[in-house]
Design a protein around this ligand. Structure first.
Ligand code: NDP
Length: 392
């Protein structure tokens, strides 16, 4: 528990303490990587050949992306063209037809291309320092553990895993290998969410009396793995509700002590045959107030509000890759847009280089899996579920 509090405190310290939210020279103090002079935005694939034009990656850590799906292709690979301390060195894919495009786009030698069968040979590859697991949720544990056994530092996408035991096995595997593990919690490096953490934990507007948050979107393709429980571990809670849970913790600086949760109605029984379509929950926080949350695969929303005696502060567009919008009793937040993924990856690379703990470790990923499991347990039992975190 102390570890979580320290993480949140370090997160909050990363931001300026100014009451006015105009961003200025304090950027350097935030510890965020600057957006490149080119002004490339996240997801911009027009910079495809940047790596080719700037081949000097000698001082950077090499990253191999595992699973070349949407997030790896449209967010992480472009972000890795902006990182200062890491670069895209390799790929691991089960789809041979993707290899040529990736190799050409990112000037990648054959030696740095793997599939899921020969992945363990990455142990011999000195060009790869970090393995970034971007696979369907239920595959995270296996590939994080294999990466650790191959002597690599690891970034694992959220949710960390679909069971708490898997999370613990992943943490142990990295510890035993003497390698660092972090979770792809990009919003811990994003100025608007950092501001929420600062305003809440430093009680800038007094003690929080209530939190209300939700993240939902309308899911498309009915055949995708997100709708298959064995691969996803569950529905919108696992995919996007986790952001609301995470934000509740960093805004409050606290971990809930119990939860009551309800599954929402299913209007599409076929599409949502294996996972929930929507759900809501109410966390009891250590200070005694309630943090309300909801998530859906059939509605679009994305917000967090913290209520205090001196007014409310929140984000009306909270958890996207960009486009955050926020307000406080003093006015609207005006903060810079950054490339969240580049900030997150660069921070981890610097943690490795400087032998410093990451603010988004495996323990944080496991905390959120514990909270999600408590929500499901409450839905199944119809009862309030007490939440207990493991020591360490
Ligand atoms: P996609 O479905 O787009 O990609 C997943 C990739 O995993 C596939 O393209 C494939 O890559 C590989 N794969 C291996 N086995 C399977 C399988 N059985 N079924 C499907 N794919 C398989 O997913 P996303 O990229 O959207 O999500 C991947 C992970 O990233 C998830 O854990 C998700 O929660 C997380 N994510 C995080 C985000 C964030 O903001 N932090 C945003 C989006 C996703 P290949 O063909 O190369 O083998």
């Amino acid at each position: 528990m102390i570890g979580y509090a320290l993480n949140i405190s370090r997160m909050a310290k990363q931001i300026t303490t100014r009451r006015r939210f105009i961003y200025n020279a304090a950027l350097a103090g935030v510890g965020l990587p600057l957006i490149g002079a080119s002004g490339f935005c996240n997801g911009d694939t027009s910079q495809q050949n940047l790596q080719k034009q700037n081949p000097d990656n000698s001082n950077k850590l090499g990253i191999a992306l595992v699973g070349l799906g949407s997030y790896a292709t449209h967010q992480l690979a472009p972000a890795l063209q902006q990182t200062k301390h890491a670069y895209l060195a390799g790929i691991v894919t089960g789809t041979p037809s993707k290899i040529d495009t990736w190799q050409q786009r990112y000037s990648m030698p054959d030696a740095n291309v793997y599939n899921y069968s020969n992945f363990d040979e990455i142990i011999k590859n000195k060009a790869i320092d970090i393995v970034y697991v971007v696979l369907p949720n239920s595959m995270h544990a296996e590939y994080v553990i294999r990466a650790a056994k191959a002597g690599k530092h690891v970034i694992c996408e959220k949710p960390m895993a679909i069971t708490v035991d898997d999370c613990t096995a992943m943490i142990n595997a990295c510890q035993n290998a003497g390698r660092m593990l972090s979770i792809g919690y990009r919003l811990h490096f994003e100025p608007y969410n950092l501001t929420m953490a600062r305003l809440g934990t430093q009680r800038v507007y007094g003690a929080i009396k209530k939190i209300d948050t939700g993240f939902g979107f309308t899911i498309g393709d009915p055949t995708q793995w997100r709708l298959k429980k064995a691969l996803s571990g569950g529905g919108p809670l696992q995919d996007v509700g986790i952001y609301s849970i995470n934000a509740t913790c960093y805004t409050s600086g606290q971990v809930p002590t119990s939860v009551i949760a309800q599954e929402g109605p299913k209007t599409d029984l076929q599409k949502f045959a294996e996972v929930e379509q929507s759900l809501s929950w109410q966390f009891t926080m250590p200070d005694g107030y309630t943090a309300y949350g909801k998530s859906s695969y059939a509605e679009n929303y994305n917000y967090i509000t913290a209520y205090t005696a001196k007014g409310d502060f929140g984000l009306t567009s909270a958890f996207g890759y960009n486009g955050q919008k926020g307000f406080t009793p003093d006015g609207i937040m005006q903060l810079p847009a950054i490339n969240q993924q580049a900030a997150q990856i660069d921070d981890f690379a610097q943690c490795i280089i400087n032998k410093k703990a990451t603010i988004v470790p495996g323990q944080l990923g496991r905390r959120d899996v514990i909270l999600m499991q408590a929500i499901y347990e409450s839905i199944y039992t119809g009862k309030s579920v007490a939440i207990k975190m493991p020591d360490g």
